[in-house]
Design a protein around this ligand. Structure first.
Ligand code: SAH
Length: 213
């Protein structure tokens, strides 16, 4: 399957029909071929608006959820962005088109290695994947203008709130892993954090510590 003109049109149409209106987000998603991030028998479904299995028992998120989260993050061209949960690398690749610099971390080394190879093949030089437990953030590169978490925690992790710059935005799913979670947007102001609830979502849980592979 190739991301040809007709498939692109259908892909973007599906995003618009789910409420994605930001032209920069749509532009970034038109440039990144989701098919490159899905392997094996599921590759042929890469352009459908559904989550799909990837290595290490994880999932690549549904394109409309990637788009709506990216839109809510309101990334600016000068921003330094942290993503927790590299997975396939698709979300980070989309962010790399919108931000100055993207750091993405995953607790599975294999996912980090494979995503890093894809970024290199695609010539995405402003995105770096690290193996790390993202619930602690990435102190070496903090603070961040934007933080996107693509695994669900029960509450926003304290270290991530601390690594958000004043004026910065974090978007993350919160709630128990076996129940419906809520996507929330946290904005850091001089005098504290503002929380806004966006929509119900379903993500894999944010787990502590590194995985074995
Ligand atoms: N953003 C990905 C999808 C993420 S799936 C994409 O575009 O494909 C969620 C990912 O979060 C999984 O790969 C899982 O390994 C990772 N994860 C879960 N807990 C984590 C933690 N504490 N630190 C880093 N990554 C974590």
């Amino acid at each position: 399957m190739t991301f040809d003109a007709e498939r692109k049109m259908q892909f973007l149409f599906a995003l618009r029909s789910k409420g994605v209106t930001d032209a920069r987000v749509l532009g970034a998603m038109e440039k990144i071929d989701r098919g490159a991030f899905v392997r094996g028998i599921f590759a042929e479904r890469a352009y459908e608006d559904m989550p799909l299995p990837i290595a290490c028992g994880q999932t690549i998120s549904q394109p409309s959820v990637v788009a709506l989260m990216t839109q809510a993050l309101n990334v600016q061209p000068r921003d330094k962005v942290l993503e927790i949960g590299t997975g396939s690398g698709y979300q980070a690749a989309v962010l790399s088109h919108l931000a100055r610099r993207v750091y993405t971390v995953d607790r599975h080394r294999r996912l980090v290695r494979e995503a890093g190879q894809l970024f290199e093949q695609m010539g995405l030089t402003n995105v770096t994947a690290f193996p790390a437990d993202g619930s602690r953030g990435l102190p070496e590169q903090a603070p961040f203008d934007r933080i996107l978490v693509t695994a669900a925690a029960e509450d926003p992790p304290g270290p991530l709130l601390a690594e958000l710059r004043v004026g910065g935005i974090m978007v993350l799913p919160v709630g128990q892993s076996d129940a419906v979670q809520r996507l929330i947007k946290v904005t850091r102001h001089e005098d504290g954090f503002e929380y806004e609830e966006l929509r119900p979502v379903r993500f894999v849980p944010l787990l502590e510590g590194m995985a074995r592979d």
